[in-house]
Design a binder for this molecule. Structure first.
Ligand code: PXP
Length: 249
């Protein structure tokens, strides 16, 4: 059995805030981007409130929570500070990610297996508050089984390594990584987890990921915000949607 229904496209708007913060001005406004994304067919908005607030700020999260009509996926590290914010905001979903100050982006998956007891306790109140909690992990079996054991609703599989291999033209290795992602998606789904994927996805590499039947949602940010410079954000989202649908047809 594979899940039914359309694969959702979540848009990560962090890098609208990156451009805004480069000047310390009020524009471009992430909320405006989110509203445009919604109007262009996005099924959700992801925003990552990092500990160092390098892109999204607390006020952006408040504005997004109040200003969009599609689900907000609040991405954060598993810290007490973020739990308090999440419990106040009560977003539709919370995606837990590892965070290192020195990294440029989320480099690897969360080590759920190595931190199982703490994470089980961490997510319990978030679940009780009605949020769908997602673990951003690699495709390895240990992390998937741990995520199921602690009661996460969702796992988001990290596609960053696949995307890098694809961009470097290392297609045999990208194919092997894809096979592992397919296996991971099937295992997660068999354990009752909803399966999402994201990181580094582009027009050129999205199709094989979108075609994995168990994956119900893709979260895509950096490429689309960049492409918006050339074709506009709405058109970029529509083109991504078209490619996802074609891959699944
Ligand atoms: N999903 C998660 C959990 C992420 O951390 C990110 C990057 O912030 C994305 C998806 C989107 O990745 P990208 O910006 O490379 O499309």
């Amino acid at each position: 059995m594979i899940p039914q229904g359309k694969q959702r496209l979540g848009i990560n708007i962090d890098h609208v805030a990156t451009v805004r913060n480069a000047r310390g001005s009020a524009w471009p406004d992430p909320l405006r981007a989110a509203i445009l994304a919604e109007a262009s067919g996005a099924d959700g908005i992801t925003a990552h409130l990092r500990e160092d607030r390098r892109h999204i700020h607390d006020a952006d999260i408040e504005a997004l929570r109040a200003g969009i009509g599609i689900p907000l996926n609040f991405e954060c590290a598993a810290t007490d500070e973020m739990a308090a914010i999440a419990l106040r905001i009560k977003p539709h979903a919370i995606c837990l990610v590892p965070e290192k100050r020195e990294e440029r982006t989320t480099e690897g998956g969360l080590d759920v297996a190595g931190d199982e007891n703490r994470l089980a306790q961490f997510i319990a109140p978030l679940r009780d508050a009605g949020c769908r909690v997602s673990m951003f992990i690699g495709h390895d079996e240990r992390q998937i089984r741990s995520s199921a054991r602690i009661g996460a609703a969702v796992v988001e599989l990290h596609t960053g390594h696949y995307s890098e291999l694809h961009a470097e033209g290392r297609f045999d290795e990208a194919e092997a990584e894809l096979a592992a992602l397919r296996e991971g998606a099937a295992l997660a789904y068999s354990l009752g987890l909803e399966v999402h994927a994201g990181h580094g996805l582009t027009f050129d590499n999205v199709a094989p990921i979108a075609a994995i039947p168990q994956i119900m949602e893709l979260n895509i940010g950096h490429f689309l915000i960049g492409e918006a410079v050339f074709m506009g954000l709405g058109a970029a989202i529509e083109e991504m949607r078209r490619r996802m649908d074609a891959a699944r047809a």
